[in-house]
Design a protein around this ligand. Structure first.
Ligand code: TRP
Length: 456
């Protein structure tokens, strides 16, 4: 065992170069695969429903394309410059206290994947439900009841949570090119197509117009501090930024690629899928008379109702949940990859050991998260159950905080090298370089701090 490890170390460090993405499109699809996930299709529509529809949408888009995009570029640059896990990257590029930012990221990965995998498990369960004809006698109200009965059950969601975690671990064990990149290349195009099909159905439902108005006609009086805070958190969560996932993915890049354009691609793909998901779900919510503020169940309750009501629904329903599960999987993989890259780079574990070890710990943290939606509902802290607490702690606190430090790092302590990285030593043009630097130095840290503080 010891011998093998020494051998492996030697070969990784000296003989074989770091694994890398096979192509530019492969990298963009992997980054977009990380970004596009439950955050877009499950979380975004219910947040938009809760925080006033269009006003939330516009705030979210504005934040994603200014602060979000800038922080993502910082992460890609840090990763590629250091070619290391987030902790190792900060240590290598600057040292001092900076690796703490990387530590926060690893912690956030544990927090997020623990509850993310619970929801990932729901998508697996729903594939089976849809295949076995749960829709056949489902009125919208019954489908709602089916959802809450399921997530409140003490056993069944845990089983699917475990299955989802095992899938995630399996992809990560496969590594970068053969595991992650290959999966993402198939998924994203397929997801796009099925969302368009759903869109056609949803927009033609009788009564859909009210939902379209709700989603597209801004009422800025709904834009309070809570909505701002939620839009910022959602921008971070949905773009997979603020905790080093994009540092990790950037660390598997070779030198040539033009990072600013990859960043714009990733952000655009991610936000457009969120936009489309809102445009599918909110009209259907109004058409079936659900409450747009219903919360986390929105997607799982309304979409089955749309399918039940649509020709070919029995085919599209399982198909949609398969795609949702894969979208969740490619995001979950990026969360686990952060921890695994760290354990492989810094602790010399094998990829396989690292993935099983960290994945299992996350599985166990996920158990109380799942139970907090059912049998442990009455145990709360700060008025939140454990599931909501993990969600809140990561999206509303850890990610924005990480974003502040990442922007400050690049803006003030790494700016010259970062500009070189962004243009690959002036091989590429980057007309927005000054704007980006200004956002990193001033706008992002101040705006995030302000939104964070006002949200508390
Ligand atoms: N962005 C993913 C989603 O929208 C979730 C996710 C994956 C994530 N990796 C992340 C969130 C890293 C924050 C940080 O579903």
């Amino acid at each position: 065992m010891l011998l093998r490890r020494v051998e492996k170390r030697g070969s990784v460090d000296m003989l074989t170069p770091r694994e890398h993405w096979s192509s530019r499109s492969g990298f963009i699809l992997a980054a977009a695969g990380s970004a596009v996930g439950l955050g877009n299709i499950w979380k975004f529509p219910y947040l938009a429903g809760k925080h006033g529809g269009a006003a939330f949408l516009i705030t979210y888009l504005a934040l994603a394309f200014t602060i979000g995009l800038s922080v993502m570029l910082c992460e890609f640059i840090i990763g590629r410059a250091a070619r290391k896990d987030p902790i190792g990257a900060f240590a290598k590029l600057k040292g001092g206290l900076w690796p703490i930012v990387g530590f926060m990221g690893i912690a956030a990965a544990f927090v997020i994947l623990s509850f993310y995998s619970v929801v990932g498990g729901w998508t697996l369960a729903y594939i089976i439900k849809m295949l076995t004809g749960a829709l056949d006698n489902g009125s919208a109200q019954e489908l709602g009841k089916m959802f809450s009965n399921f997530i409140e059950d003490p056993i069944r969601p845990l089983f699917f949570h475990g299955a989802f975690m095992i899938l995630t671990i399996s992809v990560v064990v496969g590594g970068i090119g053969k595991g992650i990149e290959r999966w993402c290349k198939i998924l994203l195009p397929a997801l796009f197509v099925i969302i368009l099909i759903l869109l056609a159905r949803s927009l033609t439902l009788p009564g859909a117009m009210k939902g379209i108005e709700y989603f597209l006609q801004p009422d800025f009086s709904k834009l309070d501090a809570a909505a701002f805070n939620a839009a910022l958190s959602q921008a971070f969560f949905s773009l997979s930024i603020g905790m080093g996932a994009m540092i990790t993915y950037g660390s598997y890049l070779d030198r040539k690629m033009h990072l600013p354009s990859a960043t714009v691609w990733t952000t655009s793909l991610d936000t457009s899928i969120a936009f489309l998901a809102g445009l599918v779900i909110l009209p259907a919510v109004f058409a079936f008379g659900f409450d747009p503020k219903a919360g986390p169940g929105l997607t799982f309750i309304t979409l089955p109702a749309v399918f039940a009501d649509m020709p070919g629904g029995a085919v599209f329903a399982p198909m949609f949940f398969v795609l949702l599960a894969i979208a969740a999987l490619t995001s979950a993989v990026s969360l686990l990859e952060v921890v695994v890259t760290y354990l492989v780079d810094e602790k010399n574990l094998t990829r396989k050991t690292a993935a099983w070890l960290s994945g299992s710990i996350m599985f166990f943290i996920g158990i109380p998260a799942s139970l907090s939606l059912g049998v442990w509902k009455e145990y709360t802290l700060f008025g939140k159950g454990f599931f909501d607490l993990l969600d809140y702690l990561s999206s509303n606190l850890l990610l924005p905080l990480g974003g502040i430090f990442i922007a400050l790092f690049v803006g003030w302590f790494f700016s010259e090298k970062a500009l070189e990285e962004a243009t690959a030593n002036n091989q590429h043009s980057f007309p927005f370089a000054q704007v980006w630097m200004f956002i990193c130095r001033f706008i992002a840290p101040l705006a995030i701090t302000w939104i964070l503080v006002s949200g508390l």
